[in-house]
Structures are given as structure tokens and as C-alpha cells.
Design a protein around this ligand. Structure first.
Ligand SMILES: [Zn+2]
Ligand SMILES: [Zn+2]
Length: 520
């Protein structure tokens, strides 16, 4: 048999690894090492193997294998090679073990942009946002030029954290450093602006992109849907098809969710029902979930349940919870109670289920039943997720909990909120105490509503931001009905535009109304 050199070995290993045939790739690696002392694994061998493992995610077996390969890298004296190091970092990141990724990164100890890029994306993928930003700034301090990939990771981190100012600065930096913007980078930039509540800037990025692809359209359609512009989303969908680009599962999901956010049930169903015939795409669980959400929220709860029962998937608890949320909104206690009881069995430690049912009782004035559900929840030792809202001001993020008095200028904030509340009451705001779930006296109920976290965040923003300027606020849970109503009046009496991002969508409040048309 003719002797093979390292290049042929590497090509073979890479071929198997890329084809997902990991076992064969590993066996070849072993054979290669046995073949002879003159053929040693080199800087091309390991990246091929490691990327094969990275693609398989984090099962126990690949965990061990990854560690073993890392040991081989060290034995071969290649741990300082940026190319090999970057592959190790990515492999660990794909398995979610960011600490090991950092060890591999530190071993390289070089100023090579590739290994930095892997590390920053590792942090971003493992939801270590602060660490990703810190690594990015360290990289700049050491005069290492960020790659497009790095900018993409950092944009997506800024978007997730709603750090608009920082996102803008990083964008400015990328322009100054003359980094050529590839499609992935522009799509990340678009999503960053959209996630930070700046739909116009997102649109500008989209329009300035000469190489729009399916992902760009998907990002834009999803952004428009989230911000409550279904017509524009449909228009982009149309343009996309005109441009000869084939919509994919994500496109249709974004479009459906645009209809969902706008409460356009008829249009949503039309697209959903024609997915297979016209677009040739089979609905996935997510598509069904979107339709169920749409039906339930618009009050067609029976239809939503029928859809769940008819879908070719087993419904998971979060989908039932959506229907329970709709029962709460539409005061359907019979169905709500039934679903809640099912959910209490499916996931006894999920606080939201108890809170939704308890609130539903409370909104119907059935305080005893509401209390019973609360007691059941407490009795089981269920912890509830605390609501909080935050606002970026200057370089700082200010976080507010419910009834939170920990902010350094808390007294001024409460004073401003009290004065805002009396102003909006004059303008017609009536507190909706059905959103105050506790069995307390009426005036106390009103008061407990005033100090909801989103109201506190606005009161602070109103104090700190230049008069008349737009205020952007984020909330970790869905905005409550009373705060939504108060925000409309806030926008009216202060003349400010307010952009609120909750865990579902964006609300743009302007001159007394909201872009969601009170449908959310
Ligand atoms: Zn509220
Ligand atoms: Zn709204």
C-alpha cells in the first residue's frame, strides 16, 4: 500500500468529519498516529476533527472526546496555534462549556483575531453577554482588528441586552475601521436596531444592503411584525418573492407572527392554510403554536383548542399556557380552570400558571378562589418570577422592580410618578384595578398599581431624559393592561414617544395611542 502523507490523512479526516461520520474520522486519526513517526497530526488535523464534534453538540460522549482531543493537541504542542485554539474554543462553546473555552483561549495567548473572534462568539452563544462585550473591548485595547464575525456577535449581544448606545458606538467603530460589511454582519446590525426599538434604523440598514438574502428578508419581516407593521411585513414578503428568493420556514413564521401581533386572524389563517400548497413548506410546531396563539388571543379559544387537538404534534405546556393567558384576557373561567388544572399537573412548579388562574378569578371579583390558588402555589413552594423593567440612560442601565425604592433618586422618581398619575387622571386615565390581584381595599389596589416597575421606569426616564425625547423601556414579562393604558396617557401628557419592549413584542406609544392597537 502506498504511504500516505499528512495532507492526504487530513483530507480524509476532514471529509469524514464534515459528512457527520465522526466515528470514522476518529478511527482515521488513530490510524494516522499509528502509521509512523514521520506523520504527525498537525494544525489542519485537529480543526477538522473538532468542528465535527462541535456540530454534534453536548452529549456526554462528545464531552469526553473533546477533552481527549484537547489533551492530544497539547501533546502535539499545538495549543498555541491560533487556528487550532480557535477550533477548541468553538468546540467547547458548542457544548456550552464556556469555562473550558476560556482555558483553550488562554493557552493560545495570541493577538490573532481568529481566536478572539471564536472566544467572543463563544460568550455570545453561551449567553454570557457581559463577558462578550468585555472581551470585545479588550480586543480593541490590544489593537486587534475585529472581524466581521466579531461585529456580528457584538451586535447581537447589544440587541439582546437592548444596549442601543453601545450598539451605535460599535456600529460607528465598524464604519471607521472600514470593515467590509458582509450579509451576516448587516443582518445582525438590522436585528440589533430592531431589538433596541429603532425600527427606522433597522429599515435603513436593510435598504442600504445591496446583497439582501433570505436571512435579511426574514430579519426585516420579523422586525416589522414585532413592531406592529403587518402591512409592511407583507410588502417585504411580496418583494422577496419578486426578487426570486424562496421564502423558508422562518419567513412564514415571521409573517404569521406579524399577523398575530396585529390580530389579523383572517390573513394569518390564509397564509397558514396555504403554506403547503403555495409555498411548499410543511408547518412546524412553531407555526402551529403561532396560529393557536393568534386564535386564542383574538378570543377564538374553542378554535385554538381544536387546532391543538388536530395538530400532528403533542402540545407542550407553554402552548397550553398561551391559551390559559387568553382565557384570562377574555374572562373565560370554565376553560381557564380546566387548562390550569391540567398545567398544574404538567408543571407543578411553574408560577405563571397559578398567577394566571388567580388573576382570572380576581378579575371576576372572585377573591376567595383567587386566594385559594395563591395558597396552593405557596403551599407547593413555587417561586414566582419577579417583574422588572429597565431603561438605558447615558452609559448606565437602571433597573426597577415592583414598588422598588432602591434607586439613588428614588424620592424624586416617586414624586414625579405621583404627579404624572394625577396629570393623566385629569386627561381621562382610570386605573384598572382588575390588574391588582390582591384582595385589598380599592384605594390600596390603585396605589399598588401605580408602583408597577414599568411605571417607575417611565417616571425615571421622564426625569432624566431631555424633554420631548423618545424613551425606550424594557420589561422582562408581558406589560400589564393597566400600565399599557397609563403609558398611552403618559405619551399624551408628556408629548413623548415611548417604546416599550416586553417579552412578547414592541409597543410604540405616541399621542395617546399604541401601535399595537390595544391588541397584544
Ligand atoms: Zn402594570
Ligand atoms: Zn401596545
Amino acid at each position: 500500500m502506498p504511504r500516505r502523507n499528512a495532507v492526504t490523512w487530513n483530507a480524509l479526516i476532514k471529509g469524514y468529519a464534515q459528512a457527520g461520520r465522526r466515528e470514522e474520522a476518529i478511527l482515521l486519526f488513530r490510524d494516522m498516529k499509528r502509521e509512523g513517526s514521520d506523520i504527525a497530526p498537525d494544525r489542519y488535523t485537529f480543526p477538522a476533527l473538532l468542528s465535527g464534534i462541535a456540530r454534534e453538540g453536548g452529549s456526554g460522549c462528545t464531552q469526553e472526546l473533546g477533552g481527549a482531543l484537547h489533551a492530544h493537541v497539547i501533546k502535539a504542542g499545538l495549543e498555541k496555534d491560533p487556528f487550532v485554539g480557535a477550533s477548541l474554543v468553538s468546540m467547547y462553546a458548542a457544548r456550552g462549556t464556556v469555562k473550558d473555552a476560556k482555558v483553550a483561549f488562554d493557552q493560545v495567548g495570541s493577538l490573532d483575531p481568529i481566536v478572539w473572534s471564536s472566544m467572543i462568539s463563544a460568550y455570545a452563544n453561551c449567553e454570557e453577554e457581559e463577558a462578550a462585550l468585555l472581551a470585545f473591548f479588550n480586543m480593541l485595547c490590544q489593537d486587534i482588528k475585529p472581524t466581521q464575525f466579531v461585529y456580528s456577535s457584538v451586535f447581537s449581544v447589544c440587541g439582546r441586552m437592548s444596549k442601543l448606545e453601545m450598539g451605535k458606538q460599535v456600529h460607528g467603530h465598524s464604519l471607521k475601521s472600514n470593515t467590509e460589511e458582509d450579509a451576516a454582519m448587516l443582518n445582525a446590525l438590522l436585528s440589533m436596531y430592531s431589538d433596541c426599538g429603532c425600527i427606522n434604523d433597522a429599515q435603513k440598514v436593510f435598504s442600504s444592503n445591496d446583497n439582501v438574502n433570505v436571512v435579511s428578508y426574514n430579519s426585516m419581516i420579523s422586525a416589522l411584525g414585532q413592531h406592529g407593521y403587518p402591512k409592511e411585513a407583507v410588502e417585504h414578503f411580496r418583494q422577496m418573492k419578486l426578487a426570486g428568493l424562496m421564502p423558508d420556514e422562518v419567513t412564514l413564521l415571521s409573517l404569521l407572527s406579524a399577523f398575530n401581533h396585529a390580530g389579523l386572524v383572517h390573513e394569518g389563517l390564509q397564509i397558514f392554510n396555504s403554506m403547503v400548497d403555495i409555498e411548499g413548506i410543511k408547518p412546524t410546531y412553531q407555526h402551529y403554536a403561532c396560529i393557536v396563539d393568534m386564535l386564542a388571543r383574538s378570543g377564538l379559544i374553542g378554535e385554538a383548542i381544536k387546532t391543538i387537538n388536530g395538530m400532528p404534534f403533542e402540545a407542550e405546556a407553554p402552548l397550553w399556557r398561551i391559551v390559559l393567558g387568553a382565557c384570562n384576557k377574555h374572562l373565560d373561567i370554565d376553560t381557564g380552570k380546566h387548562i390550569a388544572e391540567m398545567l398544574f399537573e404538567m408543571e407543578p412548579y411553574e408560577a405563571t400558571n397559578y398567577i394566571l388562574l388567580s388573576n382570572l378569578y380576581a378579575r371576576l371579583g372572585k377573591w376567595t378562589e383567587a386566594e385559594k390558588v395563591r395558597n396552593l402555589m405557596d403551599g407547593r413552594g413555587v417561586d414566582k418570577d419577579d417583574a422588572f423593567s429597565w431603561i438605558e440612560m447615558g452609559q448606565r442601565t437602571h433597573i426597577f422592580g415592583v414598588d422598588d425604592r432602591s434607586h439613588p433618586i428614588s424620592r424624586e422618581i416617586y414624586r414625579n410618578l405621583d404627579s404624572l398619575i394625577s396629570n393623566i387622571k385629569v386627561a381621562g386615565y382610570v386605573p384598572d384595578i382588575s390588574f391588582a390581584a390582591h384582595n385589598i381595599q380599592r384605594d390600596r389596589k390603585e396605589e399598588s398599581l401605580y408602583y408597577h416597575c414599568e411605571k417607575l421606569a417611565f417616571a425615571f426616564g421622564d426625569l432624566a431624559a431631555p424633554s420631548g425625547s423618545t424613551i425606550r423601556i424594557m420589561k422582562n414579562l408581558r406589560v400589564c393592561g393597566d400600565c399599557h393604558c397609563a403609558y398611552k396617557y403618559f405619551s399624551l401628557v408628556t408629548g413623548r414617544e415611548i417604546i416599550l419592549r416586553d417579552n412578547q413584542r414592541f409597543h410604540h406609544f405616541n399621542r395617546g395611542s399604541c401601535s399595537c392597537g390595544d391588541y397584544w
